[in-house]
Design a protein around this ligand. Structure first.
Ligand code: SF4
Length: 705
């Protein structure tokens, strides 16, 4: 049974202890106020620099503070993003000072949350975890972090806490986002690489919308439309696609077939430097044989991209240097890893790493600096490190390469582990899986079976509302990280992530592993290499020198040694999605493109951001709308095999005629209720967010539960 979301919060009564605690502060404040009144003082105005961490662009910001309150946020001209910030960065003020911020810890009693002090909240967690550990073992606990923690140094300390407690089950947003591309590129050329757009003649943006997801890059990318060839491959004609030299509106899940067909065409036109690639790669002949059946006509049949457009793109790829920007749209399929590998192989064939332009040197630096498979993270932690233990993180048995690449659990298997009773306690840190993870209907049911659910977040999210304990966290603006000092103090009784983690460690009896007062102190302590990539062995087999490519053989691996050993296809074989449109579900479901008003489930508390898009919209092609009897702006139901949501239809021929596109991040029309969690990539465990199936119906009110 799903847990009932808590609707009532019982405010905390003031105790004598509270009064004693704040007495000095009150006295000081009264004193300060009196002095200020006497002097008719002006507010203290200051400027502080920081970094926006709402997304991975990490733009530099300058905040203007009035008496410790953010009044204005601007871009920092001296930062690497040179003064740019987007509407989300501007909204930082609204989120930090939002009236919806959690200011006190909450503990659930029945169907009510009670505000409690930190000591009581942490004691509750510590006591309950100790009991669960004693009965079911330490590995009954898992931790899961969300997007705001991406590349945040605290994540390493969450691993430290977990291992000290005795569990290896830590998952991050890598379970859903970006790491499939990272793995596909790494398995092919030995490292993740970025598309450095400067100096390119041809840029292909494939399954991405950088105008929304990477705004500071947009002007560089859009510039290609003026100075070179810009190609966009996407089932939606995005804003960027309108300015492109060529837009290919592709059928979901068929990107790999297009990439193989393009390799075939380039080879046919003698644009593949076979002699050089023979020496530098593994499996070139097998790759070309794999591509042979993918004629432009066959590709057109599979992808719905006209054969003439396929040929035209092959012609543009002959104009070099070429790079391909792979977005999340290529990885959220059942064939995601092999799709990203096919696209990487295409880039290699296009001379991406032939030394003629900048990215080659990036790759060389990465490989030579690390001397091992560079895509594998090498984690460090202060000495002494807690024991790594011998238990494989959840999902590691089913997705061993994912576990090796990311050194963590695959969160996609958590619902099953909860259902089977092996996972009984979960800590969600800046993570809201009831909005962001697939098949949220099943996930809600699974959460109902947990003995303890703890949520650490600045807001009472959908996931927090079903928790047993909610701990109020400061936003990144209230915490120092490895680079910057906080902009403001934590709001109310909210605490920094570090303070919460340390408190949790003490409450769980592992405080000796957290002797530092701050994250900075912990990062400055002597470090030791930890959580080594022991499960992918060995690297650079038989080679005495660090090779140019960080794969096992030191060559470009069109045929991947590691995939072969793990029992997968060594070549980037294209396989169609296992569930194609059928009479019951005749349309492709593309879920998850980010609307301007959201970064995952964040920003519903910002009036300014929300004013840009007050409601989620499903993109529907006019032919589909006419067939179903839906008009522009009408409420429609999108129905899949596992769920149903209602939202407004936007009828537009910008969308592929076989697709319905629904945005991510909305609790009111949660696209993840439609996603079948069983359909995953066999290498990474990524769900098929972008190639599900569905039907469209005029909206009908659903009564009952
Ligand atoms: S692009 Fe926007 S959200 Fe991302 S870091 Fe920059 S200002 Fe923040």
């Amino acid at each position: 049974m799903a847990r009932e979301p808590v609707k009532t919060v019982v405010r905390r009564a003031w105790t004598r202890r509270d009064a004693l605690k704040v007495a000095p502060v009150v006295a000081a404040s009264v004193g300060v106020a009196a002095v200020a009144l006497n002097r008719n003082r002006a507010p203290v105005v200051e400027q502080r620099k920081g970094t926006c961490r709402f997304c991975l662009m990490h733009c530099g910001v300058v905040a203007t503070l009035h008496d410790g309150r953010i009044e204005k946020v601007e871009g920092d001209l001296q930062s690497k993003t040179r003064g740019f910030i987007c509407e989300h960065g501007f909204a930082l003020r609204e989120l930090v000072h939002s009236g919806e911020r959690l200011k006190h810890p909450l503990v659930r009693r029945g169907d009510t949350f009670h505000e409690v002090g930190w000591d009581e909240a942490l004691r509750e967690i510590g006591t309950r975890l100790a009991a669960l550990k004693a009965t079911h073992g330490a590995q009954t606990l898992a931790l899961q972090t969300g997007w705001p923690m991406v590349r945040h140094p605290l994540v390493g300390f969450l691993h430290r806490f977990a291992r000290a407690f005795g569990t290896p089950h830590v998952a991050t947003v890598a379970s859903l986002c970006e790491s499939t591309v990272r793995m596909g590129q790494g398995l092919t050329v030995g490292t993740k690489y970025a598309a450095d757009v400067r100096g390119l003649k041809t840029l292909v943006v494939w399954g991405g919308n950088p105008g929304v997801t990477s705004p500071p890059m947009l002007h560089l990318i859009a510039d290609k439309a003026r100075t070179g060839n810009l190609v966009v491959v996407d089932p939606v004609k995005t804003h960027l696609a309108r300015s492109a030299s060529l837009h290919l509106s592709i059928r979901p899940g068929t990107d790999g077939a297009l990439a193989l067909g393009l390799i075939r065409l380039l080879d046919e036109r003698a644009l593949v430097d076979r002699a050089v690639l023979e020496a530098q790669s593994r499996g070139l002949a097998e790759l070309l044989a794999l591509c042979a059946p993918y004629t432009p006509e066959r590709v057109a049949e599979l992808t719905s991209v006209p054969a003439e457009s396929v040929r035209r793109l092959a012609g543009l790829l002959a104009e070099r240097p070429v790079a391909i920007w792979q977005g999340l749209g290529v990885e959220h399929h059942e064939n995601g890893v092999q799709t990203t590998r096919a696209i990487s192989a295409l880039e290699v064939v296009c001379g991406r790493f032939d030394g003629s332009h900048e990215p080659k040197s990036e790759l060389t630096r990465a490989t030579s600096a690390q001397g091992v498979l560079p895509s594998l993270p090498r984690m460090h932690t202060p000495t002494p490190a807690p024991p790594e233990g011998t238990v494989t993180p959840l999902g590691g048995d089913r997705f061993p390469l994912y576990e090796a690449w990311n050194r963590e659990a695959q969160a996609g298997v958590f619902p099953q582990a909860i259902e089977q009773g092996s996972l009984r306690a979960l800590v969600l840190w800046a993570s809201n899986p009831l909005v962001t993870s697939p098949d949220t209907v099943r996930l809600e049911q699974a959460f109902g079976k947990l003995d303890l659910l703890v949520v650490v977040d600045p807001f009472l999210t959908a996931s927090a509302r079903v928790a047993d304990v909610v701990l109020p966290a400061g936003t990144f603006a209230e915490s120092a990280d490895d680079e910057v000092e906080p902009l403001v103090a934590p709001q109310g009784e909210a605490r920094t992530d570090w303070a919460i983690l340390r408190g949790l460690a003490v409450a769980c009896g592992v405080g000796s592993f957290f002797p530092w007062d701050s994250l900075q102190q912990a990062l400055a302590a002597p470090q030791t290499e930890w959580l080594t990539a022991a499960r992918v062995q060995p690297t650079f087999e038989g080679l005495t020198e660090t090779p140019r490519f960080g794969t096992v053989t030191g060559k470009v691996e069109f045929a991947s040694t590691l995939l072969e050993r793990a029992g997968h296809d060594a070549l980037p074989v294209w396989k169609p999605p296992t569930s194609a449109p059928s009479p019951d579900f005749p349309l492709w479901l593309v879920s998850g493109p980010r609307p301007r008003s959201r970064i995952n489930s964040q920003f519903s508390q910002s009036p300014t951001v929300m004013s840009r898009m007050r409601e989620p919209e499903a993109l529907v092609h006019p032919t589909v709308a006419a067939k179903v009897g839906v008009t522009d702006g009408a409420l429609v139901d999108v129905v899949s095999a596992v769920g149903r949501i209602s939202l407004r239809a936007r009828v537009t021929d910008d969308v592929h005629p076989e697709c319905v596109v629904v945005p991510s991040g909305w609790e009111s029309a949660n696209c993840n209720r439609l996603i079948e969690a069983s359909r995953v990539d066999p290498v990474s465990g990524f769900p098929a967010f972008r190639s599900g199936t569905c039907r469209l119906e005029p909206h009908r009110a659903v009564s009952g539960p």
